[in-house]
Ligand binder design. Structure first.
Ligand SMILES: [Zn+2]
Ligand SMILES: [Zn+2]
Length: 348
């Protein structure tokens, strides 16, 4: 659908007297409004299009009750606050997925809205704004000044609140690590990823999928440094964690049909998919290919597709990994037998 068809000119008489509207993206005077929700305004079609692709498509209807209520009453009710918190989470996940795909420009609208909503709920200069600052720092890749500003604000908020929680520390170090990779400072990046893993482990545990992302990012640095054996062992750890996690997800598949998985898994899936594909490509290109390692990663991808997209694509991937599956380790028989159970599950 053409984005232009979703915008229409603002009719000044339809607005409350004196209610000037500003562009969602640049805060300049608005001339257009989204014709679907009618509560979001833009200076020009270009910004409407950018916002639509970046985040608005996902939240257009969610904004209607939030903005309508905020207009009626300046005081936020607890229901509105819950809705805004939901909005913050969607913006955070969408921005994160786009960053994982390398679409920095497209991540900006979601990151900006994440910050604005976080300020609405938590107030300015609070530690709860750190995740939004970090998203903005990463989305502003190439804009050195803006990036440094957002990073400084994040670091300052964390410094002011030393008891802000392990998650914030892990997120801060992960973002710093990514930015140092982009700047080519691999040693500092490694130092930050090590801290990221430390804090993530303390909060979520050694085997959590959150921690596994830290291993993956660290492996990326080791790849750049040519330390291939270390990359293999880190990737094996990531594959092991995701294999276990996806196996459990598929086992609860029946329940998830009745209670569909929350949005978070769908957004996270983009990041995981990209991560597993990178690992698969790395293992396949290796001169001393290890079929067991390749099979585990391919199998993870198949399970991910089954969880997300249903049967057809998962079956295709399973067929491609069917003849390669071997026991990974002596204590990982669960992973070894799982493909057979999956084929039964798929009726093959
Ligand atoms: Zn604008
Ligand atoms: Zn809209």
């Amino acid at each position: 659908m053409e984005a232009e068809s979703q915008a229409s000119a603002i009719i000044p008489l339809a607005l409350p007297k004196g209610a000037e509207k500003f562009c969602e993206l640049c805060q300049r005077e608005a001339r257009l409004q989204c014709s679907k929700c009618r509560v979001t305004f833009y200076c020009a079609a270009e910004h409407q299009q950018a916002d639509w692709v970046g985040i608005h498509e996902r939240i257009c209807q969610l904004l209607v009750p939030i903005r309508a209520l905020t207009l009626c009453s300046l005081r936020q009710t607890s229901h509105t606050e819950t809705q805004i918190k939901k909005l913050i989470e969607i913006c955070r996940l969408v921005a994160q997925s786009k960053l994982s795909e390398g679409k920095h420009q497209e991540a900006l609208p979601a990151a900006q809205l994440c910050l604005r909503c976080s300020i609405d709920v938590h107030g300015p200069n609070t530690v709860q704004l750190v995740p939004a600052y970090l998203l903005l720092a990463e989305a502003n890749m190439g804009e050195k000044q803006a990036q440094n500003d957002f990073l400084s604000q994040a670091e300052w908020a964390v410094l002011k609140s030393p008891k802000c929680g392990l998650t914030i520390h892990h997120q801060l170090h992960r973002s710093l690590g990514r930015l140092h990779v982009a700047a080519g400072d691999l040693d500092t990046a490694l130092h930050n990823f090590a801290n990221d893993i430390y804090f993530a482990t303390e909060e979520y545990g050694l085997d959590s999928t959150v921690t596994s992302r830290g291993y993956f990012l660290m492996a990326d640095v080791f790849t750049k440094q040519g330390k291939i054996p270390t990359v293999h062992s880190l990737y094996s750890e990531v594959a092991r964690i995701w294999h276990r996690h996806l196996t459990r997800l598929l086992e609860t598949r029946k329940e998830s049909i009745q209670n569909p998985p929350v949005d978070s898994f769908y957004a996270e899936r983009v990041e995981v998919d990209e991560m597993l594909r990178t690992m698969l490509e790395f293992e396949q290109k290796d001169t001393r290919k290890d079929p067991a390692r390749i099979a585990v990663v391919a199998h993870c991808l198949a399970m991910l597709s089954l969880v997300r997209d249903g049967m057809a694509y998962g079956i295709l991937l399973l067929r491609s990994s069917k003849h390669r599956i071997k026991p990974v380790t002596s204590n990982d028989t669960r992973g070894f037998f799982f493909p057979q159970r999956l084929f039964l599950f798929c009726g093959l």
